[in-house]
Ligand binder design. Structure first.
Ligand code: ADP
Ligand code: MG
Length: 261
């Protein structure tokens, strides 16, 4: 059994909305092992992005602990790569300089920096586009740059928040295959947020099904289908139906401690 990389322990997050508390996440407990790919699925407002922000150290939980390699998360820092739905590239910087931003805190020499940037641009299939500017790229290519930037510092955990949500269906499927290929080359521990159940089933080892108001875990589904996953397979469809049914069931939990919700 491989080591635990990420450990969420009874995490709760309250926001304040017009002075009233809004419980975004309640009692969230999950461990992610080295090399594992875990997907969080759920409709909007389930607390998925909140959980990624907490793990990224962009915000702090109200209760509970979040550990990476046994160390409590304390603000933003190394060891975590994050990719959002929008690529968030700097429009005036070339592909290689955008990817290089992922290394600003690494203290590398110029040559090593350049080598790392080139390596990850190749890994995401963009060799030859080093000098291109973001507006010269398609949506899928821009997301590849964002993935390279997320991976270039060799993080312990890669976080993806709806990374293909803005792409057309065909590009989206292509990018899912690309992500699988990248993960065969680098078996990086990954936590992905998606509302697309099929995407979660194609990519992940486990699917965490979330329920809203407050964001809680409804169930954790182990995807023990052989890889590569066959989207046309009957077992695949069975799992997809099962998860969709859970997502569309009325909430079992009580409303949040809020009148604002
Ligand atoms: P998801 O990513 O699953 O759609 P979020 O984590 O973005 O869900 O949001 C969970 C809940 O917390 C929602 O009700 C949302 O409105 C609320 N929320 C998120 N961020 C903030 C914030 N900064 N301040 C107040 N409420 C927030
Ligand atoms: Mg979100």
């Amino acid at each position: 059994m491989s080591a635990t990389v990420v450990d969420f322990r009874r995490v709760r997050k309250l926001y304040s909305v017009n002075g009233a508390p809004l419980e975004a996440v309640r009692d969230f407990t999950l461990t992610i092992r080295e090399g594992e790919f875990v997907a969080l699925v759920g409709g909007s407002g389930c607390g998925k992005s909140t959980l990624l922000r907490l793990l990224a150290g962009l915000d702090r939980q109200s209760e509970g602990d979040i550990l990476i390699d046994g160390q409590p998360v304390d603000g933003v820092g190394g060891g975590r790569g994050i990719v959002f739905q929008e690529h968030r590239l700097f429009p005036w910087l070339t592909v290689e300089r955008n990817v290089g931003l992922g290394l600003v805190n690494e203290g590398l020499g110029k040559a090593e920096r350049a080598a790392r940037v080139a390596e990850f641009i190749r890994l995401v299939g963009l060799a030859g586009f080093e000098k291109a500017l973001p507006h010269q790229l398609s949506g899928g290519m821009a997301q590849r740059v964002a993935i390279a930037r997320g991976l270039v510092a060799s993080p312990r955990i890669l976080m993806l928040d709806e990374p293909f949500g803005a792409l057309d269906a065909l590009t989206r499927q292509l990018m899912q295959d690309e992500l699988l290929r990248i993960r065969r080359e680098r078996s990086i521990t990954t936590l992905m947020v998606t509302h697309d159940v099929e995407e979660a089933l194609v990519l992940s080892d486990r699917v965490v099904v979330m329920a809203p108001r407050p964001g809680t875990i409804r169930s954790i589904v182990k995807v023990d289908l052989p890889r590569p996953r066959d989207r046309g397979d009957q077992a695949f469809h069975g799992m997809r139906r099962g998860i969709l049914a859970q997502l569309t069931e009325p909430a079992l939990t009580k409303p949040a401690v809020s009148s604002a919700a």
